[in-house]
Write a protein that binds this ligand. Sequence first.
Ligand SMILES: [Zn+2]
Length: 225
Amino acid sequence: MHPYLARCVVTGVVGVALAVFGAAATPVAAAPAVSASPSVATVSNSPTVTAPATVAITRVGAQPALRAATARSVTAQRASRSKARLRAARTDSTWVWPVSSVSLGEPFGASGARWSSGQHTGQDFDGDTGDAVRAVTSGVVIFAESFGRRGIVVQLRHKGGIETWYCHLSKVEVAVGDTVTTGKLIGRVGTTGNTTGSHLHFELHTSPKVAVDPMPWFKRHGVGN
Ligand SMILES: [Zn+2]
């Protein structure tokens, strides 16, 4: 069969928000703001102090310096936390391709009669029935069964609330609730559902009903560069 004909014919049960297409370049989770340390307020004079005026002047004079020192400390803490978050993001954002031998098929957003919604909701990867399908990054299995036109599907939820969907599988290798690491075997390529040939139909959702182009996500995480 001509490769072009063996593409996925999944239709958009889930609407493709092309308006969100550009939003794929936006990080999913914003880091929480670091609140100012309440310790700054403890620098003030104690109301129980009844020291002579000379001592009181010394204390008042020392206050700005203490405040400055505390402010420097808070700034240092913020910088330290920021670095820790960056390290965590790098650790948690390890990505790999979902198949070992990468040959890209129909791209996200392709239009045509093959998709009843008019548009392709994922990125296809060529593959033979039985080929390993792997988690593109660490996450939790939230769905693993037949799902209409998509055939047998494994869905993973990842940090930041994004989901990856692996469709048309011939076999599921995980169970709902399993925690998977990057590259973990989760299923096998197949032809289940509405498809004219074996391949992996891969979707990335920024929320359950919003599919976006997964390719920028791979690139951002250093896959395929
Ligand atoms: Zn497809």
